[in-house]
Design a protein around this ligand. Structure first.
Ligand code: PLP
Length: 378
């Protein structure tokens, strides 16, 4: 077997596999983006966005990948005076730090090593020092397969009065994110992750407080302008029309499944992946207490690297998983199991991993990984 993008078992950490209904929804003739039909699509998306975010609020869709959503939030909400606090323990936290530094006059960055839990005490100490006007943090650090325990810092952020700005790009519709009880002011989601829509759209949720604090920053990504247009089911500039059509269908699918059921399925797939990896003798990269439910990051076995593991999965088994980023290139591989990923994906992937490790004489117990998956299937 060799790699074939049309039939591959697709488990990268986003973009994720797209349901044929969503693919078909994009295949339409050109539409007038100022016409009634498209206004109807935007209206339906607006009505469905609370299904994805799990709550109502000021919610909108931007043409542009997740980073556009982050840039929109940071450019429209970071204080022009006072401090912004960025917390990072992975590649995407570092990315937020770089974006925040373009827009905030004073930035403090609190770091933990990649893959380690959120540095809660250091965050609290910075908040107590005073003057923090916004806290920026990634909920699910896709680069290292780690979920940040935002509940541990939420009360301190709230009592400090700072805006709480969350990169939820690979968390929304994959991991529980109780926006209201954690007092979050802005969440950015990416279309290509838990929502299983094509890449290229950013979804943004804003609290009342965030809307009141919006100020002009970027022209294209001016959130106030987008919200004003949305009142008329419109967008300020020409939107990515085919992607909006696909998103509407992906949101319909999510509504049919239900957010709770999608989160529960994603969680079970994650538990099965972790148990199966353990049976193969593969170690999790992140601190296991904070292992993500949408992405499982595993260390390559000693002496084996991308050519033996990830590239063999791709070339010989037609299975795509993702490699490491930055300093982790060649050291880890990542399985994305969010969106519409399902049990057959895990069965095929862990069967292939068993065979690969067996061929290298590194398989502890034949059949054990598959047994772990099967034991967790509904
Ligand atoms: N933040 C997180 C947590 C991500 O997972 C990603 C993409 O994987 C990004 C930011 C960047 O998003 P995009 O590549 O859609 O611009």
């Amino acid at each position: 077997m060799s790699f074939d993008p049309e039939t591959t078992t697709f488990l990268i950490a986003g973009p994720v596999r797209i349901h044929p209904r969503v693919l078909r929804a994009m295949s339409t003739p050109s539409l007038n983006h100022r016409g009634d039909y498209f206004h109807g699509v935007v209206q339906e998306i607006r009505e469905l966005l609370p299904v994805a975010f799990g709550t109502k609020g000021h919610q909108l869709v931007l043409s542009g990948s997740g980073t556009a959503g982050l840039e929109a939030v940071y450019s429209s909400l970071l204080p022009r005076d006072g401090r912004a606090l960025v917390v990072t323990n992975g590649n995407f936290g570092d990315r937020s730090d770089a974006i925040v530094r373009r827009f905030a006059p004073e930035v403090t960055t609190v770091r933990a090593p990649w893959g380690q839990g959120l540095p809660v005490e250091a965050v609290r100490a910075e908040l107590e020092r005073g003057g923090v006007r916004a806290v920026c943090v990634v909920h699910n650090e896709t680069s290292v397969g780690l979920v940040n325990d935002l509940a541990a810092i939420a009360p301190a952020v709230r009592s400090s009065g700072a805006l709480f700005l969350v990169d939820g790009i690979s968390a929304v519709a994959g991991i529980p994110l109780p926006i209201e009880s954690w007092g979050i002011d802005a969440v950015v989601a990416g279309s290509q992750k838990g929502l299983a829509a094509p890449a290229g759209l950013a979804l943004v949720h804003l609290s009342d407080r965030a809307v009141a604090a919006l100020h002009p920053g970027s022209y294209y990504l001016d959130l106030a302008a987008h919200l004003r247009s949305l009142e008329k089911n419109d967008t300020p500039w020409t939107p990515a029309v085919p992607l909006f059509l696909a998103l509407a269908e992906a949101l319909r699918l999510l509504k049919e499944e239900g957010l709770e059921r999608r989160l529960a399925r994603t969680h079970r797939l994650a538990e099965a992946s972790r148990a199966a990896a353990g049976a193969l003798g593969l170690a999790l990269f992140p601190d296991p207490r904070y292992a993500s439910d949408t992405v499982t990051a595993l260390r390559n076995p000693d002496g084996l690297g991308d050519p033996q593991v990830r590239k063999t999965l791709e070339k010989e088994y037609n299975i795509l998983v993702q490699g490491g980023q930055g300093e982790l290139v060649g050291k880890i591989f990542r399985l994305g199991h969010m969106g519409i990923a399902d049990w057959p994906d895990l069965l095929v992937t862990f069967a292939a991993l068993e065979r690969i490790l067996g061929q290298h004489g590194r398989l502890p117990r034949p059949g054990a990984a598959l047994a772990e998956v099967v034991a967790r299937m509904p």
